[in-house]
Ligand binder design. Structure first.
Ligand SMILES: Cc1cc2nc3c(=O)[nH]c(=O)nc-3n(C[C@H](O)[C@H](O)[C@H](O)COP(=O)(O)OP(=O)(O)OC[C@H]3O[C@@H](n4cnc5c(N)ncnc54)[C@H](O)[C@@H]3O)c2cc1C
Length: 405
């Protein structure tokens, strides 16, 4: 082990860090691996605050990491949940075009889906859509029968149990505060003592860029993680009972978010959302949550202003929909015209970690960087929960490539 107490230290006990850790131990049994998580339990942030959808891979650019890892990851996620008796259902989904302009977008999604190898895709005309989802309005739709719903926090806890069962360690309540080089190892300073490791995998989600900055002594020059909150409403039983599966609009191709949609939850009920509004704090789950230091750092990043200039119209629309329940409900009525405002009740929220480039663009694909003994997982937004088993394998291979000396 070259003098290090641990072969691998993983920062972050979300589904990506845990998925990586289980894959490392499956690939190299007996390796000494520790996961360091700042919260008292795993899955406390993005992994425990998402839509619970096993995405199929229709949206993503063919050849991208997202496309490749989502398609294989989705099949594996479904098999994993079934084998381990974790909650899962496969209601399928429709992506609905509401006018001719959206039909063109729908055709592009279908083309991508077929090229990515998504199974069972079927175009529905207005009548076929009405037969499948009688309450949903649209001129045509794409039916994606393999879309499933799961509980990603339960999946993450299952990964953690697997890690512990083969001798790995998951330390909760252990926040990483800094790093120091130490010969053939890195000393990881935490709120619960130090850990010496030969390699460090940074899977810190909303704080991945900050961990990268602590590792190198400076912020990554051309990227920053910005937090985008997604707010949900919950449908009242009458409206929830109308829907058979997941119902999505055709997303705006300039934006990596999917537009507000309807998602049945595996534990019951139907959620509507999430929107995508900038949060004033990385773990800002409520509208007025703010952290002055984090806000200052965000406003001091040139990419923030470039993003604001690029997407101001879209951003204002999303902010307005966040503040106005009426505006949110009107967006939902575009898909479900019979929905009454009082049938959409405020629900929970989640905060997405989204990498923003200096030119203001939102990084579309997953992004992983090697820097010496560090592997930084900088951008793993949706569909990373879906893809977590496949991402884990890919990252474990990257860690195994590192010279042992
Ligand atoms: C609203 C919303 C809806 C989504 N819907 C879906 C969906 O339907 N399907 C899908 O596939 N994906 C979805 N996603 C995306 C998915 O949830 C994420 O891609 C995935 O959870 C990322 O996992 P992670 O482990 O990288 O991040 P996280 O789950 O955020 O884990 C990172 C962990 O690092 C820890 N950490 C941070 N800093 C430190 C530190 N200094 N020391 C120690 N620990 C630290 C945090 O506490 C956290 O537990 C959604 C996300 C959101 C927010």
């Amino acid at each position: 082990m070259g003098g290090a107490d641990w072969d691998v230290a993983v920062v972050g006990g979300g589904i990506v860090g845990l998925g990586l850790a289980r894959a490392v131990l499956a690939r190299q049994p007996g390796l000494k691996l520790v996961v360091l998580e700042k919260e008292p339990a795993v899955a406390a942030h993005q992994t425990g605050h998402n839509s619970g959808v096993v995405h199929t891979g229709v949206y993503y650019r063919p050849g991208s990491m997202k496309a490749r890892l989502c398609v294989t990851g989705a099949r594996r996620m479904i098999a994993y949940c079934r084998e381990r008796n974790l909650p899962i259902a496969m209601p399928g989904k429709v992506i609905v075009a509401r006018n001719e302009a959206e039909s063109a977008g729908l055709r592009e999604i279908e083309r991508r889906g077929r090229e990515n190898g998504v199974e069972g895709l079927r175009r529905l005309d207005r009548a076929a859509l009405a037969e499948l989802e009688p309450h949903v309005a649209g001129v045509e739709a794409l039916h994606v029968p393999t879309a499933a719903i799961v509980d990603y926090a339960a999946v993450a806890r299952s990964y953690a149990a697997e890690i512990a069962a083969v001798g790995g360690e998951v330390r909760t309540g252990t926040a990483v505060r800094g790093f120091a080089p130490d010969g053939p190892a890195v000393v990881v300073e935490t709120t619960a003592g130090t850990v010496r490791a030969r390699q460090v995998a940074n899977c810190a989600g909303l704080y991945a860029d900050r961990i990268a900055a602590l590792a190198s002594g400076h912020w990554p020059a051309e990227v920053r993680v910005l937090p985008f909150r997604g707010e949900y409403y919950v449908l009242a039983p009458r409206a929830a009972g109308w829907l058979r599966g997941l119902v999505y609009p055709v997303p705006d191709p300039r934006f990596p978010f999917l537009g507000v949609h309807f998602t049945p939850r595996v534990g019951g009920g139907v959620e509507a959302g999430p929107n995508a509004v900038l949060a004033w704090r990385r773990e800002g789950y409520r509208r007025w949550d703010a952290d002055l230091a984090e806000l200052g750092a965000m406003l001091g990043y040139g990419g923030f202003w470039a993003m604001a200039a690029r997407y101001w119209r879209k951003g204002l629309g999303e902010q307005w929909r966040s503040l106005s329940r009426g505006a949110f409900v009107r967006a939902l009525q575009g898909l479900l015209p019979e929905l009454r405002p009082e049938e959409a009740l405020p629900g929970g929220s989640g905060v997405r970690a989204q990498l923003v480039l200096r030119n203001g663009k939102l990084m579309d694909d997953f992004c992983v960087r090697r820097d010496g003994r560090f592997l930084h997982v900088l951008n793993v937004p949706s569909p990373a929960a879906t893809a977590s088993l496949a991402i884990g394998d890919e990252l474990a291979a990257r860690l195994a490539e590192f010279p042992t000396a």
